[in-house]
Design a protein around this ligand. Structure first.
Ligand SMILES: Cc1cc2nc3c(=O)[nH]c(=O)nc-3n(C[C@H](O)[C@H](O)[C@H](O)COP(=O)(O)OP(=O)(O)OC[C@H]3O[C@@H](n4cnc5c(N)ncnc54)[C@H](O)[C@@H]3O)c2cc1C
Length: 448
């Protein structure tokens, strides 16, 4: 076990802590029955403190438990350990014609982390979130036991684990249904929108498209508030591809990845630089139809390793809001106006349509609109800004995504997630002594 500084992807906050990477199920069980509180951890892609241990606790990382245990090519069901990354699933199964049932915007996420946050992608309106495709999973529980649960086997425990942020047991393995895809490419329609209302009209009018998302210019104000580039995608059939692509439709084209080698200085992401970047992006993405490969379509950020270093040593927070349909346009506009007024530079703002809520009580999405944006850590001004954004969410019946959160308050969380009592009943049954705890769970009151 090593003592180190630990952080999420945003490097806000950074805390001293200890980390263990057990290589066997028995070792996980040993850590769970030890004396220190345990924070389950995957590849550390949650932005804030979701996977950070409390003082005196230990982060127990799953990355050494990354074996694929079985695969049924008839059904597409893969059985794997929780530390298997989405990247490994893609590189193993895409050449055989299968892809993830839904995916977040990075593939460097573990299966356990994807279940714990019940992650979603550009296809939530069609596919639901990740937990909807999990058939069963095995948890190491704080009493030293192993429990298998699924939608038909202890469903209360299963649904409390999906989106339960690692607090109902350490996910050792899961079986997940992959989906058959016609190729590794997508037919994408790019449509420019001059305002938030027009971006919402384009995305909302394209629910027949399998994947929809919009990049929003987070700094545009006035009549251009929320101007966007919308992307409407569908799986490409071999007939849509070039002759070379058609020969090997599931082939992964070789790509160069770049690395940000050091932390950028603080001024690198000042409002003028971001404004220039956003202006250029908007100007160069006119209406067009293109064939795009899966890496460019789903994971443009993964092409640059350690891109979080561009925010410098102080790091950044991501704010991801969800608004119900009725209040979405007003709520989103207020968020963008507040960020504009604060001069908080965000070159990554993403708007998505979400489908109906799933059965898991703490799962993030319900039917509405979700906006995610990165905000550099400026210290006290950032904390004030995030508090104001939380207020906008509360006034509009919205909620915050725990996988992106670093500051949400206990009262706000309880208002945003009204099925909390249901989840707490399962937590009390499975972990009465609260052995599974994180900085976030203590802060928002999921653990005392
Ligand atoms: C560039 C980028 C883009 C992203 N895009 C999206 C997106 O589009 N949609 C989306 O939904 N999310 C997105 N995310 C967030 C990310 O998908 C989630 O935070 C995911 O949970 C990270 O998984 P991880 O393996 O890194 O887990 P960590 O970040 O290490 O942990 C996340 C949570 O999972 C729990 N956990 C981890 N391992 C286990 C285990 N073995 N057992 C029990 N609990 C465990 C942790 O306790 C913690 O609560 C993005 C993140 C990044 C960096």
């Amino acid at each position: 076990m090593t003592g180190i500084d630990l952080a999420g992807w945003g490097r806000f906050p950074v805390v001293p802590g200890r980390e263990a990477a057990p290589a066997s199920w028995r070792a996980v069980q040993g850590l769970l029955t030890g004396s220190d509180p345990v924070a389950p951890r995957g590849l550390g892609r949650a932005y804030g403190d979701s996977a950070l241990p409390v003082a005196g606790g230990v982060a127990v990382t799953g990355t050494a438990l990354d074996r694929i245990l079985g695969f049924d090519p008839e059904t597409g069901v893969v059985d794997c350990e929780g530390g298997v990354s989405l990247d490994l699933l893609i590189t193993t199964f895409l050449p055989r014609g299968f892809f993830l049932p839904t995916t977040p915007g990075t593939r460097f996420v573990t299966v356990a982390g994807a279940i714990a946050a019940d992650v979603h992608g550009k296809d939530h309106h069609r596919a639901g979130s990740f937990g909807a495709h999990v058939l069963d999973l095995t948890l190491a529980t704080p009493d030293g036991g192993l429990v298998v649960c699924g939608p038909d086997r202890d469903p209360e425990l299963f649904h409390a684990t999906v989106g339960g942020m690692g607090l109902t047991g350490w996910i050792l393995r899961a079986s997940v249904r992959l989906k058959r895809v016609p190729s590794a490419f997508f037919r994408v329609r790019y449509r420019r929108a001059e305002s938030l209302a027009s971006a919402m009209a384009i995305l909302g009018g394209a629910e027949d498209a399998a994947y929809t998302v919009a990049w929003i210019d987070g700094l545009a104000q006035g009549r251009h508030l929320g101007r966007a580039v919308c992307m409407l995608g569908d799986d490409a059939e071999p007939v849509d591809l070039s002759p070379a692509q058609r020969d090997r439709p599931h082939h992964r084209p070789a790509r160069r990845t770049r690395t940000v080698p050091v932390d950028f200085p603080g001024w690198a992401l000042s409002p003028p630089t971001v404004r220039a970047f956003n202006g250029l992006y908007y100007a160069t993405h006119g209406d067009a139809d293109r064939i795009v490969d899966w890496e460019s379509f789903f994971y443009p950020l993964d092409a640059v390793r350690h891109w979080n270093r561009i925010y410098g040593r102080r790091g950044f927070a991501q704010f991801q809001a969800l608004f119900p349909d009725a209040s979405a346009e007003a709520g989103l506009a207020q968020v963008l106006e507040r960020i504009g007024a604060a001069g908080a530079a965000s070159f990554l703002a993403v708007l998505k349509r979400s489908g109906p809520a799933g059965p898991a009580p703490l799962s993030f999405l319900f039917r509405g609109w979700t906006l995610a944006l990165d905000l550099p850590n400026t210290g006290e001004p950032l904390v004030r800004l995030l508090a104001d954004l939380e207020g906008i969410l509360l006034r509009h019946g919205g909620r915050i995504y725990l996988a992106k959160d670093a500051v949400c308050t206990r009262d706000a969380f309880a208002t945003m997630y009204p099925r909390l009592a249901e989840w707490r009943a399962v937590k009390a049954r499975i972990d009465p002594r609260c052995r599974l705890r994180t900085r976030q769970s203590d802060r928002i009151g999921l653990t005392p």
